[in-house]
Write a protein that binds this ligand. Structure first.
Ligand code: PSU
Ligand code: MN
Length: 304
């Protein structure tokens, strides 16, 4: 690990896990500050950490608080992230904004990748990645660029069809990011298993994923690996229900001219509302499932 800038603050637990070589899983915080409503956001943040611990790894929730990039959050810090109404959504361009303003910041997939890699972490669990938006094909999430350039195993449930999934997958291919289907040949569509778009490779165990990572990185390739785990079938939503809600939300966003960083949080909130909380429950289940898989992969990685 290269020396960290003074803007980083690594928790005692994570620093000691680094020294002793214990498995660590990074967790994002935009899902807490912008992705989920209160009070489910705090419960989810706590449950994600517990899910990582239950599988024998340590959770490092990444965020910005009091002018520092936190790697690992205390219970009190999680509470603050979950309850502040005006957190900054921190992608790569926003770190200095959040640090200099002293405001709380929820790190996106891109922001979390950046900070976790600086802290020497290799595995990260999230819900869905950002991608190419349907409303405007130049609205491409920084997540894709970050996945292209930061070596990390990112466990997700694919991406929501609020995005243009075909374009998103094409950009990932262009950028050289392996898209791994965990026990599936298809790119998962967040609320459902997904059956339209192929992944670049299917792998079936945490061991195989760790082995793939070792080979990929040993070549000098520096991208992330996107590990896509479908939502468990019993928690999946009817794809028609999810797509209908996503279409309405997209249309409303266009009518209201909601753009840029505000677009993803708007779409997430509206889909939650339009499905009467059904999508929220699915969202929570897939997040926990991803935390557990990430912990298993992290354990495999350190046992090499
Ligand atoms: N997709 C979801 N839930 C989320 C996000 C995306 O289903 O919470 C969040 C993630 O933090 C992701 C970010 O990195 O939104 C992408 O935002 P943007 O499209 O503005 O890059
Ligand atoms: Mn965007």
């Amino acid at each position: 690990m290269t020396e960290l800038s003074k803007a980083f603050s690594v928790s005692i637990e994570i620093a000691s896990a680094q020294r002793t070589g214990r498995p660590i899983v990074a967790l994002e915080s935009t899902v807490i500050t912008h992705g989920l409503p209160q009070p489910q956001n705090l419960a989810l943040a706590q449950d994600m950490e517990a899910a990582v611990r239950s599988m024998g790894a340590l959770p490092a929730t990444i965020s910005v608080l009091d002018g520092k990039i936190l790697v690992g959050a205390s219970p009190d810090q999680l509470q603050r992230l979950a309850s502040t109404g005006e957190a900054v959504k921190v992608s790569l361009r926003d770190f200095a904004t959040a640090i200099n303003s002293g405001k709380a910041g929820g790190t996106t997939v891109a922001g979390t990748l950046f900070a976790a890699e600086k802290a020497g972490i290799k595995v990260f669990a999230t819900g869905g990645i950002g991608g190419v938006h349907k409303e405007y094909s130049y609205d491409v999430s920084t997540d894709l660029q970050a996945l292209a350039s930061i070596p990390m195993i990112v466990v997700c449930a694919g991406a929501k069809s609020i995005l243009d999934l075909r374009a998103t997958l094409e950009v990932l291919e262009t950028l050289g990011v392996p898209v791994i289907g965990y026990g599936t040949d298809h790119f998962p569509e967040f609320f459902s298993r997904g059956r339209e778009f192929p992944v670049s490779i299917r792998l079936n165990t945490p061991e195989e994923i760790a082995g793939f990572a070792r080979t990929h990185w040993s070549l000098g390739l520096n991208s992330a690996l996107l590990v896509c785990q479908p939502i468990p079938e019993i928690h999946a939503l009817d794809p028609q229900l999810a797509n209908a809600a996503e279409e309405i939300a997209s249309r409303e966003a266009q009518e209201k001219k909601i753009r840029g960083q505000a677009l993803t949080p708007f779409l997430l909130r509206r889909v939650n509302e339009l499905t009467d909380g059904k999508s929220l429950r699915a969202n929570l289940e897939l997040l926990l499932n991803n935390a557990r898989l990430a912990a298993q992969i992290a354990r495999q990685l350190v046992s090499y």
